[in-house]
Design a binder for this molecule. Sequence first.
Ligand SMILES: O=P(O)(O)OC[C@H]1O[C@](O)(CO)[C@@H](O)[C@@H]1O
Length: 339
Amino acid sequence: MPSWFTSAWLYVECYMYRRVQEAMALCPPLNDHDVFSELKQKSFFDSQKAIISLCDHLGEVLNKISGLNKDEVKKEFQQLLQVCLWGNKCDLSISAGKDNPQKASPLTGLNDLKAKILIDDTEAVWATLEDKLKKNPSSTQCFRLDIVLDNAGFELFTDLVLAEFLLASKLVDQIHFHGKCMPWFISDVTKEDVNFTVHLLMASNHRWSSKLGATWRSHLQDGSWVYHDHMFWTFPHEYCSMEAIAPDLYAELKRSNLILFKGDLNYRKLTGDRQWDHTTAFETALQGFHPSALCSLRALKADLQVGLQPGMAEILTAADPDWMVSGEYAVIQFSDAKQ
Ligand SMILES: O=P(O)(O)OC[C@H]1O[C@](O)(CO)[C@@H](O)[C@@H]1O
């Protein structure tokens, strides 16, 4: 399939969601209604067991966080980064709107899933975070993390859990979240989804859930968490054109020390949705997009992947012809260098 075809398909997908939004805007009583909100909320409710077990885990970590040594903090970071990565499996657009909740505890299966992480640059992400501590432990200089969100429901919850851990462990000082300004790819996060998640947790009768909900509301109020929803994220453009098309957003991202891009669609836009050779360097596929150090956390759901070792794609294809689209494999792919 030529590369123009996959890019054209991305335009069609983006156009479709814009038309849904347009239809709603033309029906005044419904113009604020998110047609996908019921599905998103159901996926959150259906993941309750996993959410509660993760709340309990995070609660225990927060209780002892000031006494953890560096290795313990690193181990916890690795674990929660993987939870956040696999949260991207719970996507309503890959399941065509059908239920795709997280039923089991997200922590128990992590070891078995390690072999499915085709590229794991966790060490480079950790080094970026650690750099701040090493350089100047008592520095008042702010380390800013940005998270370009993907799906609401369980995935958003895992993003907020990682964000809480990074803030509480003082690895980062401020977190900026980027969501969508309109209902998008069925389950993508809007501001209403963030508010829904925080309010529902606050109202829970489970101790740690309500405590975390209240903490997250105060982070959003005191500015340690900031939510943005620039229109660019709902345009079909590849990210290498962001600087020209949305210079204000590019300038905002340049203020970040590290940007996490969640999910498959962000990966497609980072790499221009081209059919790159699988061994192409990530930096090459980014085509000059480099507002800051960045990392993609992505379960593979579309037919592209760069940065693999020679021969790896062939081995994967022989073992599982659907490896690029099944959502069973994932990458934690980091780039710090400008090409
Ligand atoms: O929610 P994610 O991880 O961005 O996945 C979205 C992906 O799902 C699909 O809509 C269907 O698999 C892809 O076209 C798209 O890239």
